[in-house]
Design a protein around this ligand. Structure first.
Ligand code: ADP
Ligand code: MG
Length: 210
């Protein structure tokens, strides 16, 4: 099972809607640890994504993801504009030459996203950032390449969720939460919450493509 470029476009519009709907939860997550702007930043980015993808007749999977990343990067600003823009721009470029989005494409997307974000922002697993959701998701995606996409996404979304939960026990080394020390224990990273929403929405779409 694989998704056509247009199905990937529809999937990413659903991802955008899910993030926009989760704005209050994401804002609260960032308020617990940071400055509280994560939800509104992601919402602004995803509104720009919907504008760009809305009128697109995509020629490739790469184009859909790169368009998503560019829209986020140019509309959001701040740390997360660069970080989430890199997720989709680097992950999209890794789809070059692939005609459809399948389990191998998912692994390539997450591995390139992880590498790109680590290079761009300098954080690593355990620093209490969105990397703590992306890294286990990428590893699970690589393990799951032989599964149909919907099955792979189920396992990958679970791994991302477990990573987000694990971030509760981490002390932040990046962003504003860095100054909190042990006061950040018990709260998940806001960016990791966004990653989980994205993966859950991809899983739901792949289970029932429209
Ligand atoms: P800002 O930090 O500018 O307020 P946001 O609140 O929108 O931006 O986003 C914060 C999120 O960005 C964090 O929860 C974290 O997941 C992610 N983040 C911040 N810095 C980095 C980094 N260097 N590497 C990876 N992710 C990061
Ligand atoms: Mg913030």
């Amino acid at each position: 099972m694989s998704l056509s470029p247009n199905q990937v476009r529809l999937m990413m519009i659903q991802v955008a809607d899910a993030i926009i709907e989760a704005e209050p939860m994401l804002s609260q997550a960032d308020r617990d640890l940071g400055d509280g702007d994560h939800g509104l930043g992601m919402k602004r980015g995803m509104e720009a994504v919907k504008v760009q993808l809305g009128g697109l007749d995509p020629a490739s999977v790469e184009q859909v993801f790169v368009t998503t990343g560019t829209a986020m990067m140019t509309s959001m600003g701040g740390a997360s504009g660069a970080i989430f823009g890199t997720v989709y721009r680097a992950g999209g470029k890794a789809q070059a030459g692939r005609e459809a989005f399948d389990s191998e494409g998912l692994a390539l997307l997450l591995e390139a996203a992880l590498e790109g974000v680590m290079k761009r922002g300098g954080a690593k697993p355990g620093d209490k950032t969105m990397i703590d959701a992306v890294a286990p998701a990428a590893a699970k995606a690589r393990e799951s390449v032989a599964l149909p996409l919907a099955e792979a996404l189920k396992a990958v979304a679970e791994a991302g969720e477990a990573g987000k939960e694990a971030s509760k026990a981490m002390i932040a080394q990046f962003g504003r939460a860095k100054t909190l020390g042990e006061a950040c224990l018990g709260f998940p990273d806001a960016g990791a919450c966004s990653v989980v929403i994205m993966l859950n929405t991809m899983r739901d779409y792949a289970g029932q493509p429209s």
